[in-house]
Design a binder for this molecule. Structure first.
Ligand SMILES: [Zn+2]
Ligand SMILES: [Zn+2]
Length: 455
């Protein structure tokens, strides 16, 4: 897979080295949007959403609170707390990743059922399917791709790369060594430098490339601007987990390079998504909280103080669910005749260090419950026939209401979808629901949720 993203630098670098003023013009570079070091607020929100971490749309939460949540999500995506249970990490105490462990890129793969589904396809079809499944602007998808590509460098006989954004070199990175945390988990120790597009820095970056090229070939990885920012955030965070006694040998041209490490990055597990969902951020101050507005259940608050302070802003959007009818509806996870469909759960089921293999959907196993007793929004889709599709925002489960299981309840919900509160041409609606048993949802079916819905 990484062969597509790795280009021989002999051509690429020659162009850079020969025409620094055209390809690395400092004026163009400094004015470009990705010259900014960190993720913008919108990019932070988009990154969290793409990692299935719920964030309130309100704007009063500080960037710091969002960044703290992003750090927790990035830790979960790497299983950092399980991988390094007693920080700091001193890679020098670990064994090196040996050839008996096989390709590093393969070992660094962490996926979900989507990946398992795409695995049998040939590489080109897989890339196409992935591109269609993941929006190109998903910073998290790009981060996963970049980490996989860096892991693949060694397999391709390379140790260093430049990461480019829009054809400009934005990061220099070298893999110093690869260690093993366990037989399945490589740790890539890297030195890297973000290039801020200032003329001097760009020229220093080129000197580094020149030095590296004099020894061995390298790779060129193309990144989106948010993807590179997320990679930079991850590297900066991981640096703090490294032991201060770990002092790997850097080149003379790498004096101002930072030392960090990369672990396999995968979608968050159910347990982690569930933790974020159970402790959403207060819409007012951004603290993790357990409570939501009891009227609409849509907006989380940490305290009555925050709720009071937000009342004027929240009031127009808050409409009581009181008086709404909660209907208990049986759910099934597979329909007769559709057993071949693999997409019943698409959160990660085998990123977990506990299970090496994907867990395929088993119609007899109750869908996972990341919500406990708490209300959550469901999307209910109906296109005629004897069943409708139901899932939550995280797609932690995907189930059906079936006419054969409960004809009366089924008809009530069809009437609601096609009625005045349904909307969306009678094809779908969003409603608050609670899990009341392994195989039942309770749906507040005659009240529209008063919250912005984007999925
Ligand atoms: Zn608060
Ligand atoms: Zn409310």
């Amino acid at each position: 897979m990484f062969h597509n993203t790795l280009l021989s630098l002999s051509v690429h670098s020659a162009a850079l080295l020969n025409s620094p003023t055209s390809s690395l013009d400092p004026h163009t570079a400094l004015s470009s949007h990705y010259a900014m070091a960190g993720l913008t607020r919108d990019e932070l929100l988009a990154a969290l959403t793409s990692m299935k971490v719920e964030v309130p749309a309100e704007t009063s939460i500080s960037d710091d609170a969002l960044d703290r949540r992003l750090q927790r999500a990035l830790k979960a995506a790497q299983h950092l707390e399980q991988a390094v249970p007693h920080p700091p990490l001193d890679p020098a105490t670990l064994p090196k990743w040996g050839p008996q462990r096989g390709p590093v890129a393969q070992a660094a793969r962490r996926g979900n059922l989507d990946d398992a589904f795409f695995a049998p396809l040939d590489a080109a079809a897989r890339e196409q399917a992935r591109a269609a499944a993941a929006p190109a602007d998903s910073a998290f998808a790009d981060l996963r791709r970049l980490v996989g590509a860096v892991a693949g460098l060694r397999d391709a006989g390379q140790r260093w790369c430049v990461v480019t954004v829009d054809g400009r070199v934005a990061m220099n990175l070298r893999v110093l060594d690869i260690y093993e945390l366990d037989a399945r988990t490589p740790v890539l120790v890297v030195v890297y430098k973000r290039l801020p597009y200032e003329d001097a820095a760009a020229r220093a970056g080129l000197r580094w490339i020149d030095t590296q090229l004099s020894r061995e070939s390298g790779g060129s990885l193309h990144a989106t601007a948010p993807g590179l920012k997320l990679l930079t955030r991850l590297l900066a965070m991981n640096t703090k987990t490294l032991s201060s006694s770990f002092r790997p040998k850097k080149d003379p041209t790498e004096k101002d390079f930072k030392v960090s490490f990369l672990l396999p990055v995968g979608p968050l597990d159910y347990e982690d998504v569930g933790k974020f969902h159970k402790r959403p951020l207060c819409a007012r101050c951004g603290s993790p909280t357990l409570g939501r507005c009891s009227e609409c259940m849509a907006v989380p608050y940490c305290s009555t103080e925050c709720q009071k302070a937000d009342r004027a802003a929240h009031k127009p959007a808050c409409r009581s669910l009181q008086g709404g009818t909660w209907l208990t509806v049986p759910i099934v996870s597979q329909l007769p005749g559709f057993e071949h469909l693999p997409f019943v759960e698409n959160l990660n089921r085998y990123n977990s260090r506990k299970a090496a293999e994907p867990v395929r959907t088993d119609a007899a196993r109750p869908p996972p419950n990341i919500h406990d007793e708490n209300p959550f929004l469901v999307k209910i889709q109906f296109s005629g026939g004897a069943h409708m599709l139901v899932y939550d925002r995280q797609r932690s489960f995907q189930v059906y209401f079936s006419q054969t299981k409960d004809a009366g309840g089924f008809q009530e919900i069809v009437g609601e979808i096609q009625g005045p509160r349904g909307g969306y041409s009678g094809l779908k609606m969003y409603r608050w629901a609670k899990r009341v048993s392994d195989w039942e949802l309770s749906v507040c079916f005659d009240r529209e949720p008063q919250t912005e819905i984007m999925w």
